[in-house]
Structure formats: structure tokens, C-alpha cells
Design a binder for this molecule. Structure first.
Ligand code: NAP
Length: 293
């Protein structure tokens, strides 16, 4: 079985960011990370982003508010970063506390700064297949992995398990654009094993530790594990049971070291694209070679 490690793809995306920063050395693309409260999951994601951005020659600035801040206080900080020309991208840690009006924020967000792909404008762009629309980073990371590893897509069948707005739904649109025949399963789908068992590519994005066993995949299928969970022993694990999947799949992404590794690199590349689009600059290199095994 081929292990589809994310590092090679993350390195390619890092190279594209460094090319941009090298070419336009007067421009420092900057991301604003807006966080309410101190949830450990948010802090750990933020640390990962900052480390990646240092490597990519990009800036990430923190904007932190207390968990009990008012909606007005939140919107004031948001308006500031949304209008600041020195900030090219915005990442809002979600879910937000219930007193914050997320819809108000989404309506105001400049789509050109929406590097996380959460606005209606970018989601509609993903549905239309617009080249410059920002897709949610994790969904985009899955496509980057499949394409870099030259997994055949056109005409193939994919089964996505999970239909969230950040992973399953946008990923279905991105794969349709690659001419994949897509089925999306969810918690009410009957007999997922039979549906997934017919797919060439199975993508697990359900948030249930090791739920997807070898019984869900056909021999030699490609398996992409989006899940990030903690197992009973306290170890990081995916939605797939790796010990079983390795014995049956043709190729699979590990957890950690798979999709998650690519997600922050996609965010970095989106920030560079956001800066480029805001300054109406041409792409640095359209024909960057994808990784070939
Ligand atoms: P989510 O919003 O909770 O959505 C989970 C989806 O899975 C829902 O559509 C749900 O169905 C479906 N589902 C849950 N249990 C199921 C089951 N037993 N059988 C079939 N479908 C089931 O989660 P998410 O935000 O998409 O995240 C999914 C996983 O990806 C999590 O482990 C998360 O930590 C991980 N994640 C990873 C990254 C990364 O960078 N690698 C980024 C984001 C998320 P219903 O719609 O019917 O409820």
C-alpha cells in the first residue's frame, strides 16, 4: 500500500509561497487570526499555522478577545482587520460563542480576504468552479493530495462520508470539477458500507475515531482520512482504522501526517493568492510541477 504523506505537498505549496515573497519582496502577505477565548484546540491550530507561516515567509497576527466579549466588541475588531489594507487574509476560529453574531460577520467579510472559504461568495464560487474562489482549506487539501499523487480522478467514483460545510459539501464540488462521480454519505445514509464499497476513492470526514474499518472499502481503493480524533489511549488518530485499512487499500493518508499537514499549507497559499488578487498581480508560476512518485 502506498502511504500518501502530506509533507511533499506541503513543501510544494511552501515553495510557491516563497517564490511569491521572493519575487515581490516589498509585500509581506499578512493573516489576521481572530480568536475568542482560549480553547486548547484553537490554540494548537494557531501554533501550527504560525509555524507554517514562518517557514513560508508569511506573517500571522493574533487578535484575541475574551470568551465573554460582547458582539459589539467582536464586530469592532473584525471591522478593523476587514478594512486594514495591511491585512490580506482573515481566519476566524470557530465555533464562536453564542453571543457573537456570526452571520453579521460573514455578510461583512471581504471575500478577497476570506482565505478560509467561509463566505457565501466563495462557497458559491466553489460551486460554480471559479478558479479564484477560495475553497475551505481542508477540502482543498484533499484535492491537492489526490492530484499531486496522480490518483486517477476523471470518471472515477468517490464516496465522501460526512457532509459538513467545511469538508464534505465543498469537497463534493471540487471533485465534481475534476470529473469524479461523487456520492456523499451522512449519519442518515443507509448501508454506508455498500455505498463506500463501490467507490474508487473513499474520503472519511465524520469525526469518529477509527470508525471506518476495512469493511467500508473495496480492495485497492484510495482512502483519504480527514478525521482528527483522540483514541482511548490518548493518541491522535483519524476516522479510519489504519491497522485494517493498510491491509486492503491501494493508497491511504496517515493521521497524523496526511490531510492535516496539507491544510495549513493550503491556508498559506490562499493568503499569497489573496494578496496577489488584492494587488492585481499576475500569478508567479502557473505551471509548477506537481509531485510525481
Ligand atoms: P462535523 O461538522 O461534525 O460533520 C460530521 C459529518 O459526519 C456530518 O455530516 C455527520 O452527518 C457525519 N457523520 C457523523 N457520524 C457519522 C456516521 N457514523 N456515519 C456517517 N456519517 C456520519 O465535522 P467536520 O468539521 O466536517 O470534521 C470531520 C472530521 O474532520 C473531524 O474529525 C475533524 O476534527 C476533522 N477535520 C480535520 C481537518 C484537517 O485539517 N485535517 C479540518 C477540519 C476538520 P450528519 O450531517 O447527518 O450529522
Amino acid at each position: 500500500m502506498q502511504e500518501l504523506r502530506g509533507k511533499l505537498i506541503a513543501d510544494r505549496l511552501k515553495g510557491e509561497c516563497l517564490d511569491f515573497v521572493g519575487k515581490y519582496n516589498g509585500i509581506l502577505p499578512a493573516l489576521a487570526i481572530l480568536r475568542v477565548g482560549n480553547k486548547e484546540a484553537d490554540l494548537s491550530y494557531e501554533r501550527g499555522i504560525k509555524k507554517r507561516f514562518v517557514d513560508c515567509g508569511l506573517e500571522a497576527k493574533d487578535y484575541e478577545l475574551p470568551e465573554n466579549c460582547t458582539n459589539e466588541e467582536f464586530q469592532e475588531v473584525f471591522d478593523f482587520i476587514n478594512n486594514d489594507p495591511e491585512i490580506h487574509g482573515i481566519l476566524v476560529m470557530r465555533p464562536l460563542p453564542k453571543q457573537i453574531d456570526e452571520d453579521e460577520m460573514l455578510r461583512k467579510m471581504n471575500p478577497l480576504k476570506d482565505v478560509d472559504g467561509i463566505t457565501a461568495t466563495n462557497l458559491a464560487g466553489v460551486m460554480r468552479g471559479d478558479k479564484d474562489a477560495f475553497a475551505p482549506c481542508t477540502a482543498q487539501a484533499v484535492v491537492e493530495i489526490l492530484k499531486d499523487y496522480k490518483i486517477e480522478l476523471a470518471g472515477k467514483r468517490a464516496c465522501i462520508i460526512g457532509r459538513s460545510l467545511v469538508v464534505g459539501k465543498p469537497l463534493a464540488m471540487l471533485l465534481l470539477k475534476e470529473d469524479v462521480t461523487v456520492t456523499v454519505c451522512h449519519s442518515k445514509t443507509e448501508n454506508i458500507k455498500a455505498v463506500a464499497g463501490e467507490a474508487d476513492i473513499v474520503i472519511a470526514a465524520i469525526g469518529k475515531a477509527k470508525k471506518i474499518s476495512s469493511g467500508y472499502i473495496r480492495e485497492d481503493a484510495t482512502v483519504i482520512d480527514v478525521g482528527i480524533n483522540v483514541d482511548e489511549q490518548g493518541n491522535l488518530c483519524g476516522d479510519c482504522d489504519w491497522d485494517q485499512i493498510v491491509l486492503k487499500a491501494g493508497a491511504a493518508t496517515p493521521v497524523p501526517g496526511g490531510v492535516g499537514t496539507v491544510t495549513t499549507a493550503v491556508l498559506a497559499k490562499h493568503l499569497v493568492d489573496a494578496a496577489r488578487l488584492q494587488m492585481k498581480l499576475p500569478e508567479v508560476d502557473d505551471d509548477k510541477d506537481r509531485y510525481v512518485e
